[in-house]
Ligand binder design. Sequence first.
Ligand code: E4P
Length: 218
Amino acid sequence: MEFFLDTADIQEIETGLEWGLVDGVTTNPSLIAKQGKSYLKTVQEIARLVPGPVSGEVLATDFAGMMDQGKRLAALAENVIVKVPLTPPGLRAVGKLLEQGIRCNVTLCFSAAQALLAAKAGAAYISPFVGRLDDVGEDGMDLIEEIVSIYQNYDFDTKVLVASVRHPIHVVQAGQLGADVATLPFKVLEQLFKHPLTDIGLDRFLADWQKTGKSFED
Ligand code: E4P
C-alpha cells in the first residue's frame, strides 16, 4: 500500500520524505490556495522534491481548457499526474491525454458507478472522497469496498487512491480493503505513529536504565 501526502505545504512534504514514508503527493486548488503561492510553480516545486507521482489539478472545467492545462501540468515534470474532475469533459480529457502518454487522477468520486466510468476512460488513479461521504451521513469506506471489488472483476489498471482521509481508522480500513493508495493530510500521517503504550513503554525503558547510573557504553 502506498502513502501519498495530501498537501501543498513544502515543509510537510520534506518532513514526510525524511521519514521515508511518502510515496507521492496529491494537491488540489484549495490546498495550493492555502499556501498563497503561484499555482503552476507550486506543483513544479513539489514534483522536483518528490520522487514519486505528484497530482496537480486542472482549474478549467471545459474539455479544451482541461487538455491545455493538463498538458502544461504534465510538461512541468515527468512525475506529474494530471488531476481532472469526474465530469464528462473530464473523462474525455483522461482518454485524450492518455493517447499522449499523460496519466490522470480522476478526482471528486462519490459513487461506484463514477469509479467504473473513470476506469473505462483509462484513469491511472480514481480518488473516492471518503471523509466527505462520512460528513453527509454515508460510510465512505463502503464505497472503497465496492470499487475494489468491481475493479478486481476486470483487468483495469486504475489504482484506487483513498482521498479525503480524516483519521487513522480510514487508513487501516483502506489497507484491509486492499486499496492501492491512501492520500493523507500530514496530521493523519503523524497520528499513525501514536500509541500511548509506545510512549509509556519508552519512558519506562529509559528510566530503568538511567537508574543504573551507567551510560550506553558501560
Ligand atoms: C484528494 O486528492 C483531495 O485533495 C483531498 O483528499 C480532499 O480532502 P478533503 O475532503 O479533506 O478536502
